[in-house]
Design a protein around this ligand. Structure first.
Ligand SMILES: C=CC1=C(C)c2cc3[nH]c(cc4nc(cc5[nH]c(cc1n2)c(C)c5CCC(=O)O)C(CCC(=O)O)=C4C)c(C)c3C=C
Ligand SMILES: [Fe+2]
Length: 485
């Protein structure tokens, strides 16, 4: 069966077989764990190209690879070798079907790894969580020559930003709800798969906080999983989210004999799946119904931003995918007779660089001044409630909107465990199974370096001094004054 009929989408589709092998230089994937006694970095160099078998079931393949190909920028430089097979069929696999436990293939064990960002569970976690985030070279992208500054800079920025972040987390109850919600989604997905007669263990791996992706992978090994589907909980692909998490997998998998032979299928993005589009449209339709005059409400999509350089220099397909996603949701609403005005803006910018525009806060003021009276905010880049929905949108943006002349405010909840959505994710997992392939390691390790504790200490020391000096440059001082960090 071809991909298009599986996604059930009316989109054009492709079932091309892509095979990309992208040459690159050295890339250091840095993962920092924070244990009770304090920050404990693990920075292991990673240079061997790995191959990821990726399964997408509609146009996303095309646009994603186009996105990756746009420039020989970040992704290629960073060793993301992609083999994408998009012809995916709906079928159940005898080895994973519940009834087949007693069969010869009972040894087969399917795993699904959900990837997410993670969030601090207490206020004390905030600074170390921020450290882990800013130490990620996919979040602060430094030129190669300045990479030794990554961790000292992360330390400084995390310490400086922590008070502001803590205020945000304090306002939503003292911590992020992300772990609890992601665990619930994992459970719901396991049950949705079971309902399709597919037995799977579902794991949660967070990028910047517990349970770290590496812990989930350890569990996958202990459970002797024989096939793995990797499902990032980000509908749209960004270098800063899915890209970053996949790099962690590449690093861990290539270093382990069992993992490097494990058949894996990575779902890179799924914003165009019909179940997701429909469930978003359902939520919007329901919330619109709560307004006195639903047809007059502006639908305001607010997506998490990324720096412009990600899109323009590094070829991040995030913006394209976001725009296509909004188009599809609006098409679905139109098909239901809902033709409201809508707009897309980007929120949550951090630091002194240019982020994707227009900015949510600026657009809210603008449309309030233009006379829009009713507005429905739709968070669109993430599928769980988190600090940016509960604090930034519900508190800061709502306040700003009301101040700017908007009188009726509404907000669509995040999808969470919405059953149509979870069922669609289960379908995506099933569709991805046939394209699972072992990640192959290459011998291209010429530039690999070993972790050297002495050079680490030296770099940390001089890097801290340099980072401190850099932070005193007028531009950055201004950025701090303006509260960008
Ligand atoms: C699609 C979603 C996200 C993208 C893209 C993204 C990029 C990105 N984020 C930062 C900096 C921060 N993000 C923070 C929290 C945070 N980010 C996302 C999602 C995306 N980030 C989520 C869901 C969360 C919240 C997690 C939670 O605890 O609930 C934070 C910490 C919070 C704060 O201080 O504001 C920072 C900092 C950058 C720099 C970036 C792209 C380069
Ligand atoms: Fe973020």
């Amino acid at each position: 069966m071809e991909a298009a009929s599986l996604s059930g989408s009316s989109l054009c589709y492709c079932n091309d077989r892509f095979s990309r092998s992208i040459p690159r230089g050295r890339y250091i994937a840095s993962v920092s764990r924070n244990f009770s006694e304090g920050v404990n970095d693990v920075d292991k160099p990673s240079s061997k190209p790995l191959s990821i078998s990726s399964s997408d079931s509609s146009t996303q393949n095309h646009s994603l690879l186009k996105g990756l190909n746009l420039s020989y920028g970040s992704i290629q430089k960073r060793n993301l070798n992609l083999q994408t097979n998009s012809a995916v069929g709906v079928c159940t696999f005898p080895e994973y079907v519940a009834e087949s436990h007693h069969s010869h293939s009972a040894e087969e064990k399917l795993g699904v790894l959900l990837l997410n960002l993670g969030g601090p569970e207490t206020l004390n976690d905030v600074q170390p969580f921020l450290y882990n985030l800013f130490a990620d070279p996919d979040i602060i992208r430094l030129p190669r020559l300045l990479r030794f500054l990554q961790r000292p800079l992360a330390k400084l920025i995390s310490v400086l930003r922590a008070p502001k972040s803590k205020e945000g987390y304090a306002a939503i109850g003292g911590g992020s709800p992300l772990r609890k919600i992601t665990d619930e989604q994992a459970d719901a997905l396991r049950m949705a798969l079971e309902a399709k007669n597919v037995c799977a263990n579902v794991y949660v791996g967070m990028r910047y906080w517990f349970p770290f992706t590496e812990e989930a992978i350890e569990q996958i090994k202990r459970d002797k999983i024989t096939k793995l589907v990797v499902l990032p909980l980000y509908p749209q692909f960004s270098i800063s989210t899915t890209g970053s998490s996949i790099r962690v997998l590449q690093r861990v998998f290539k270093e382990d004999a069992y993992l490097s032979r494990l058949p894996v299928s990575v779902i890179l993005s799924w914003y165009q799946r019909q179940g997701y589009i429909r469930s978003m449209a359902d939520l919007i339709e329901k919330e619109l119904g709560k307004f006195a005059k639903p047809e007059e409400v502006m639908i305001f999509f607010s997506a998490h931003g990324v720096p412009v350089s990600y899109v323009e220099d590094a070829g991040d397909p995030y913006k394209d995918q976001m725009e296509e996603c909004i188009y599809l949701i609006m098409q679905e609403l139109k098909a239901r007779g809902i033709g409201n005005d809508h707009t897309l803006a980007y929120q949550s910018r951090v630091g002194p660089v240019q982020w994707l525009k227009p900015y949510t806060d600026e657009v809210l003021v603008e449309i309030g001044q233009k006379g829009v009276k009713s507005l429905l905010a739709v968070p669109v880049s993430f599928v769980s409630e988190h600090i940016e929905t509960l604090e930034e949108i519900d508190m800061e943006y709502k306040h700003l909107a009301l101040e700017s002349g908007i009188e009726n405010w509404g907000r669509v909840p995040a999808l969470g465990c919405n059953s149509l959505f979870i069922t669609d994710l289960a379908d995506a997992v099933v569709e991805a199974l046939p394209s699972a392939k072992a990640m192959a390691t290459s011998t291209d390790d010429a530039e690999e370096t070993e972790f050297d504790p002495l050079s680490y200490v030296v770099k940390m020391f001089f890097g801290s001094i340099l980072a401190f000096i850099l932070l005193l440059t007028p531009r950055l001082v201004l950025a701090f004054r303006n509260g960008f960090f």
